[in-house]
Design a protein around this ligand. Structure first.
Ligand SMILES: N[C@@H](CCC[C@H](N)C(=O)O)C(=O)O
Length: 263
């Protein structure tokens, strides 16, 4: 029998299995990640955060993020806050500023009271494209937060609530050969609401990088290059602040369990 030490945490309901691998001795296979993230036969999570030593001298720890299906993603916004909270609780980092190495570069996480603020780097706007769910089609803004997003604005709250996101949204597979996270949004800056269908997961209660993309688009639609936008997700609220230099995401992150997984 194999045993794997784990913790479990979430940020606005986007939940993660955390696997400490401080000696970098546990390179998890896709099937192992999927088994750990399975909600019936495993621990359950939208993704997995392996805590590994960083090869970049600018950060001590590397966040090896994997989606629930085992696929690799470049970045995870809620994940990086949960990762930093885990480091703090385990005494692996001191704070108030923690540098975390990710596949999308070093992210600096700052403790702000009960919440954590992350310097996510600027949102990069691309072309416009379309997403469809069950025969309905919306135009969307392509945004990169290190990982790909398609931000679609819907007519009203009723339309947002009626969305059947257990279906995989259709998108331009030539533009997104590796898949895309699709955000569905109502409202205008400084306060919007979104639901999300995540690549490699399905509908989740929150997506940090998705909220960053949505906040940046909402501010831009309002004619504001800089400013703050609150983004309500099913699992809570994230605050997105765009400056001339970067984009900050602020929100909660909690560790809720620890244990040993037997496989
Ligand atoms: N939930 C995450 C995003 C995780 C990665 C995403 N599913 C992808 O494949 O790009 C977040 O909080 O940003």
């Amino acid at each position: 029998m194999t045993t794997i030490e784990f913790a479990k945490g979430h940020g606005t309901g986007n939940d993660f299995v955390i696997v400490p691998d401080l000696d970098d001795a546990l390179p998890l296979k896709d099937a192992q990640v999927a088994a750990l993230c399975d909600r019936r036969f495993g621990i359950g999570g939208d993704g997995l955060l392996r805590v590994a030593p960083s090869e970049d001298p600018a950060a001590e720890w590397f966040m090896d993020y994997r989606n629930a299906d085992g696929s690799i993603a470049e970045m995870c916004g809620n994940g990086v806050r949960v990762f930093a909270r885990y480091l703090l609780e385990k005494g692996l980092a001191a704070g108030p500023e923690i540098a975390v190495a990710t596949r999308a570069g070093i992210k600096t996480v700052t403790v702000e009271g009960d919440e954590l603020r992350v310097d996510m780097g600027s949102a990069v706007f691309g072309a416009t494209s379309e997403a469809s769910v069950e025969g309905f089609t919306w135009s969307g803004q392509v945004v990169s937060m290190g990982n790909p997003h398609l931000v679609c604005h819907l007519g009203d709250e009723a339309e947002l609530e009626a969305l059947e996101l257990f279906h995989q949204p259709r998108y331009d597979t030539v533009l997104f050969p590796e898949g895309v996270n699709v955000e569905f949004v109502t409202g205008t800056a400084p306060h919007v609401r979104m639901r999300v269908h995540e690549r490699g997961v399905g509908e989740t209660a929150s997506c940090g990088t998705g909220a960053c993309a949505v906040g940046a688009v909402a501010l831009s639609h309002a004619g504001l290059g800089t400013g703050t936008c609150k983004v309500d997700v099913p699992g809570g609220t994230l605050t997105i602040t765009v400056t001339d230099e970067t984009l900050f995401m602020t929100g909660p992150a909690v560790i809720v369990a620890e244990g040993v997984f037997r496989a």
